[in-house]
Design a protein around this ligand. Structure first.
Ligand code: NAG
Ligand code: NAG
Ligand code: NAG
Ligand code: NAG
Length: 558
């Protein structure tokens, strides 16, 4: 789940600066690293990894899920989020019961049918026409729309035999998804067709923002396309795909400082990019994520999305790869402002390892898979190096290939020199908001390789989170992962705790199932950025490889 925060200041600071980089910065512009691995290279037989389910560990994760659900249901339902330390609640997502909708697909996958019944009964009662607060098109799409579509896909698909629900009951889930989208669709009514992310309801109307972010504009197309495929009403996919066109064909040049790697904001009137600052972190991240996921969703329609993902992935390997000067064994991806790199990253960006792995599996490209595994190991180090065993919100390092006196390569503050020497990063924001991305990438690494190491890493992360975040009626965000007891609880249980952390932690230990990621081109589901599994168009992955002239099926054993 990927939202504006953390790096927002970095992305915003270069708003409309065009190419106004300082002379010093221009001298330190990114130069390509040694060429990425040649395509076609062989890796171990990843097509049919052997998996090692662990019922005991899976059931420990389910226990955590039940504890937090019961706490939420007792003290916060049908509000959005639980404040576990004080048994309070918050309506941070428009008061439609965000935690209930976000928990839906996880409860289904875990077979927690008591909880499924509670949520299913509630869904038809949500009044999506009304809310007292501003509506984010992006957040509403990934959490509510994604959660409803996923539950519908699971209940009417592989879980159908497990339920006795009437068509009327299951149909209500899809009807609510459609009702919500019908209220949201006013967002696309802009001169360019790129949506205004900021809305009010009652009646639905735009706030009147002038621009939208790359992630908020570019993380809609999976859910809106699925809604059209399920309802047979093409208006939703048309809106989202029209908006996405501007992101697939970015203009002007400042909006694409490296091939496939873009700026952070687009103008709603002109569709033109307003800057060239970006990264794989919050605010821009899930745009890249969805490029390859759209291709997995429907390879007959989204070849262009694949091509743009390949460009972005190749540029990342070529330009953004960075190793800390004190720990050259670790690999992170730098941020960029125009063509100048900045060496910091964040928990949100740690989905990137999993996304490269998924790209490698989908396109039969071992180089992406291997690079993804390197990124996964880097993010693992951010967990193992802190006092709590949980990774920080934002971290920084000094690039090993850039002069240590460069203005874009500063060193650590005095009180973190020791941490940096040992760990290869220092902490610029030590919070933990119950984010999933590191465990998410362990999950992809495990499903691609079958390597038990990734299950161990996930278990260590789960045990650390379970030990440090558990308080009162649920699990809480933390103030500082590098202090005793996480620096204290900040008393908030995000809805994506249910949708993502609990789901990925469970799936890595669970038995094989139709919704599990597969390494053999037999996927039936693709996970949206909130970890809601969406059924692939036609019910099953259609293997297309690279398509046009790139050669198919090379490199990986079938
Ligand atoms: C929401 O608005 C739509 C369109 O005006 C209407 O058909 C529907 O009945 C409303 N639903 C509720 C729960 O008020
Ligand atoms: C399904 O419904 C029928 C009729 O109401 C009932 O006899 C049966 O036990 C139910 N099955 C399950 C699995 O709930
Ligand atoms: C960095 O150090 C090198 C070597 O001492 C020197 O030549 C260069 O001018 C310095 N650059 C800056 C930006 O201070
Ligand atoms: C998770 O926390 C709960 C509650 O504190 C505890 O009972 C359980 O043993 C913990 N699970 C693991 C695997 O550490």
């Amino acid at each position: 789940m990927h939202i504006f925060r953390g790096v927002a200041a970095f992305l915003a600071a270069s708003h409309s600066v065009a190419a106004a980089a300082s002379t010093a910065e221009q001298q330190q512009q990114a130069s390509p690293s040694s060429a990425p691995e040649a395509p076609g290279e062989k890796l171990p037989p990843y097509r049919h990894p052997k998996y090692h389910p662990s019922p005991k560990r899976a059931s420990a994760v389910k226990q955590a899920f039940r504890i937090s659900w019961d706490g939420y249901y007792k003290h916060a339902f049908p509000h959005d989020s639980l404040r576990p330390a004080t048994n309070g609640f918050a309506d941070d997502r428009n008061g439609w019961g965000a935690s209930a909708v976000d928990a839906f697909s996880t409860a289904l996958i875990m077979g927690e049918y008591r909880i499924v019944d509670q949520i299913l009964k509630y869904v038809p009662e949500i009044n999506f026409n009304r809310t007292n607060s501003e509506v984010s098109l992006f957040e509403t799409t990934i959490r509510y729309l994604g959660g409803l579509l996923s539950a519908y896909d699971l209940i009417t698909g592989p879980l159908k035999p497990h339920f006795n629900y009437t068509d009327h009951q299951t149909g209500a889930i899809l009807q609510q998804a459609k009702r919500l989208a019908d209220n949201l669709k006013v967002a696309f009514n802009t001169p360019s067709g790129i949506p205004d992310n900021d809305l009010f309801f009652g009646p639905p109307r735009k706030k009147g923002s002038k621009s939208n972010g790359l992630a908020t504009a570019g993380t809609l197309v999976l859910e809106w396309t699925r809604l059209s495929d399920l309802t047979g009403d093409s208006q939703y996919e048309k809106l989202a795909q029209k908006a996405e066109k501007y992101l697939l064909h970015p203009r002007p040049a400042l909006g694409e400082p490296f091939p496939g790697l873009l700026g952070a904001s687009v103008n709603l009137e002109t569709g033109l990019f307003e800057n060239g600052a970006g990264g794989w972190g919050g605010g821009t991240d899930s745009f890249y994520e969805y490029l390859i996921k759209m291709y997995l969703y429907d390879s007959t329609k989204f070849g262009e999305y694949r091509d743009r993902w390949v460009l972005a992935a190749d540029s990342s390997i070529r330009y953004l790869i960075s190793h800390p000067a004190t720990r050259p064994d670790l690999t992170f991806l730098a941020m960029w402002r125009d063509r100048t790199l900045h060496y910091f990253s964040e928990h949100l960006a740690c989905f990137n390892g999993g996304n490269f792995i998924l790209g490698g599996l989908t396109l039969d490209e071992p180089a992406y898979l291997r690079f993804g595994l390197e990124l996964v190991a880097g993010c693992h180090a951010t967990y193992t190096s802190t006092l709590t065993g949980i990774g920080p919100e934002i971290f920084q390092w000094q690039d090993s290939r850039t002069p240590l006196n460069s203005s874009n390569n500063p060193g650590p503050p005095a009180d973190q020199k020791k941490l940096y020497e040992r760990a290869g990063f220092w902490i610029t924001n030590g919070g933990y908001q119950l984010r999933p991305e590191v465990i998410e990438s362990y999950y992809y690494a495990y499903r691609a390789t079958g390597d038990k190491k990734y299950q161990e890493w996930a278990w260590e992360a789960f045990v650390a989170i379970n030990a440090t975040c558990r308080v009162g009626s649920g699990y809480s965000s933390l103030a500082d992962v590098n202090k005793q007891e996480g620096g204290g609880w900040t008393d908030f249980q995000e809805s994506f705790w249910f949708a993502e952390v609990m789901k990925y932690a469970y799936l890595i230990f669970a038995e094989d199932a139709p919704w599990q990621i597969r390494a053999d081109h037999e996927n039936q589901f693709v996970f949206n950025t909130e970890a809601h599994p969406i059924r692939i168009a036609g019910g099953k992955e259609r293997y297309g490889g690279w398509g046009k002239g790139k050669g198919e099926g090379k490199g990986m054993e079938k």
